[in-house]
Design a protein around this ligand. Sequence first.
Ligand SMILES: [Zn+2]
Length: 268
Amino acid sequence: MLKLVRKNPITVLQSEELSQFPSILHGFCTRIGGVSGGPYATLNVSPREGDPPEQVRMNWQRLAAAFEIPCEQFFVVNQVHGESFLVVEDATSCHSLEDRQYDAIVTDRPGVAIGIKTADCAPVILFDRRRQAIAAVHAGWRGTALAIAAKAVRVMGERFSSRPEDLLAVIGPSIGACCYEVDEPVFEALARHGSEDRVLKPGLRKGRWMFDLPLANRMQLEREGVPPGQISAAGLCTCCRRDLFFSHRRDGAKTGRHLNFILLLQGK
Ligand SMILES: [Zn+2]
């Protein structure tokens, strides 16, 4: 279960399940509490869509202050709708890997807030409560077709000896089945995984389907052995909730990105 929490001046969604663990800090940010204006209002963390960089920098500073995490501990990458994983083995400086192309980050190092930027795509966060390892995954339809959430479970197994039964997973806010209309090529790519009858329902228009992105990711995690009771989802649609979220589908290319992150705290 996720709840909206105010951390002045920002508003963030946090999972009650993950919040029970004192060794981690996490958040699925909303658009509330930043300084950006126009289509980027207000807490946009990406300089790539036209928002002035100084505004974006101020938003990062607000985030850092709200969570009491030094800015240089946030770690984000340039996401490209692929399936490449970055394993963080030591803490490096803020935004240093913006030019490197990955769609998932894993680490067992404390002090590294691994982050995924989204505006409709699903952010998936994983926490291994036994091995104290974490993952942050970017899953749009392409990443989901590449089964990136399932791959995250396997990568954590390979790198940290994580067992699926020790993982807690949270699927953050994304576009919902209410708004995510997809066409034939997308249907074909997603249907390769089976269970398309559950995640793809016929749309109002011919040759269109409504895709349940969060459910597709939940099913991938369950298939990898993550217990269903240890997976939670935000249940909020980024496209429906203009008050809370940016949405590429709703607003087009000129919109902001939210930050979704998890961090292993030092000395806990
Ligand atoms: Zn919707």
